[in-house]
Design a protein around this ligand. Sequence first.
Ligand code: FES
Ligand code: FES
Length: 158
Amino acid sequence: MASTISFTVNGQARTITTDPQRPLLDVLREDLQLTGTKYGCGEGQCRACTVLMGGKSVPSCLTSAGDADGQTILTVEGLAKDGKLHPVQEAFLAEGAFQCGYCTAGMIMGMVGLLNEKPNASEADIRGRMQKHLCRCCSYPRILTALKRAAAAQKQVK
Ligand code: FES
Ligand code: FES
C-alpha cells in the first residue's frame, strides 16, 4: 500500500507517495530524476548506489523509501556548494580516478561519509571502509590515491 514519505534531498524538502518498501535508489532515480546515484547490483554488493542519510553513507538499494521518511539525504548532485566541487570530488578529478565513471559517485559518497565520521581517517580506515566499493574498470590504484589525497586535504582544513 502506498504511503506518504517526506524527506529532505540535497537541501530540498520532498514529499512523495509510494510503496514504502521500494528501494530508495529507485525513488531517487525514477521519481526525483537524481540519476547520479547508480544501480549496480541491487543487493548490497557493489556500493555504486551509495548516498548519505543523516550524514552516514548507506547503500540506497538496500534502504527502503520508508526508512528514508523524515531523513536528510545527500546525493552526489548535492555535494558541490556555491559552484565549488567538494574536496573529494576535486581529488578524483585531480587524480583522474575513473575510466567509465560508473562507480565514481558511490566511491565519492562513501568517502564523504567516512570523512564525516572520521575526519582524520587513516589509509587503513579508507581501505576498510571502501573495500565494499567495486570498480569494474579496476581503477583502484588511482582511486586509492584520490581517496588519500581527499583525506589529506581534510586534515589541512582542520
Ligand atoms: S546497487 Fe547497491 S550495492 Fe550494488
Ligand atoms: S571507473 Fe568504471 S566502474 Fe569504476
